[in-house]
Design a protein around this ligand. Structure first.
Ligand code: C2E
Ligand code: MG
Ligand code: MG
Ligand code: MG
Length: 292
């Protein structure tokens, strides 16, 4: 009886597995096509110094313009293909696309840095620095200082020593790194200490709940101090309202990214957005005041 049940269970389990494998394969096939048909595009979200209103850079965020479903956000398909080589092709494409965009903006008078999200599987390739070098060589006029690579802690943990070497090699070329979603993974001070990431991005979870959860201001305060001690640039994600920005500036986190500053936008919208962007008065007024 138990044996039979067990067999039934395994059959059920296999069925589920099959379905998932099938769905994943189907998604990969569809994404290959999407890349070929140029349905994949990068949107750009600004990163600003909140008190001065200076635009410091843009993060490239993937969008899939599906012929039937319209715009599909990356959260709906990237997790399914993260463990496949598609994520590597995507990253290679995104680096070149972003570098070319930076060249084109520079020609139009906007000197800026673009951050590209790179998956752990990609970063962990033994020849990752070579791949970055090739991307820089492939794009005419590309400059290393216009590229920043955003990585998640989860992509480092598996192979800390190797990733550190990869990061050092890229940093040697002038490419910067940012630790994305800081505070949600296994952040440890030891890791941070060993990694040459110039920037820490505090996860939007802590920022968005700034007024709802009692402990979040304390967490942000702690990360501000960590960034100071380690000499890293700190960026707050998820600045949705002016009040978030005010509290962040008052706490010493001056760089922000979020819907309350600028939403991710098509490349064509960026130059007009930059021309029209002004610092918020309430943010400027707080500059230099101390938070207690
Ligand atoms: P991420 O790198 O942490 O990017 C930030 C996400 O937060 C983006 O979502 C952005 O649109 C969203 N966001 C920005 N400001 C606000 C705000 O004020 N409020 C709220 N609620 N959300 C805000 P998106 O574009 O859907 O991307 C989700 C994740 O997908 C990214 O998280 C990143 O991990 C991944 N991703 C996006 N593009 C790429 C890519 O080209 N390659 C790879 N490997 N991953 C990517
Ligand atoms: Mg990111
Ligand atoms: Mg993030
Ligand atoms: Mg994220």
């Amino acid at each position: 009886q138990a044996k039979q049940e067990a067999r039934g269970y395994f059959r059920l389990f296999d069925g589920e597995q099959d379905k998932r494998t099938h769905a994943r394969r189907e998604m990969l096939r569809r994404l290959d096509l999407a890349m070929e048909n140029k349905e994949l595009r990068l949107y750009y979200q600004p990163k600003v110094d909140m008190p001065s209103g200076r635009v410091l850079g843009f993060e490239a965020l993937l969008r899939w313009f599906h012929p039937e479903r319209g715009m599909v956000p990356p959260g709906e398909f990237l997790p399914v293909v993260e463990s496949s080589d598609f994520i590597i092709r995507l990253g290679e494409w995104a680096m070149r696309e972003a570098l070319a965009q930076a060249v084109s903006w520079r020609r139009a008078g906007l000197e800026t840095c673009i951050s590209v999200n790179i998956a752990g599987r990609h970063l962990q390739l033994p020849d990752f620095p070579e791949r970055v070098r090739h991307a820089l060589a492939d794009v005419p006029g590309a400059r290393a200082d216009s590229l920043e690579i955003e990585i998640l802690e989860s992509s480092i943990l598996d192979d800390m020593a190797h990733v550190r070497e990869v990061m050092r090699a890229c940093a040697g070329m002038g490419v910067r790194f940012a630790l994305d979603d800081f505070g949600t993974g296994y952040s440890s001070l030891a890791y941070l200490h060993q990694l040459p990431a110039a920037t820490i991005k505090i996860d939007q979870f802590f920022v968005r709940n700034l007024f709802e959860q009692r402990e979040d201001p304390a967490i942000i305060q702690a990360v501000v101090q960590i960034a100071q001690v380690f000499g890293r640039e700190l960026v707050a994600e998820g600045v949705e309202d002016p009040e978030h920005g005010m509290l962040l500036v008052a706490m010493g986190c001056h760089i922000g990214q979020g819907f309350g500053i600028g939403r991710p936008m098509a490349a064509e919208a960026v130059l007009p957005w930059v021309a029209g962007y002004r610092a918020r008065r309430e943010w400027t007024a707080l500059q230099g005041l101390a938070w207690h």
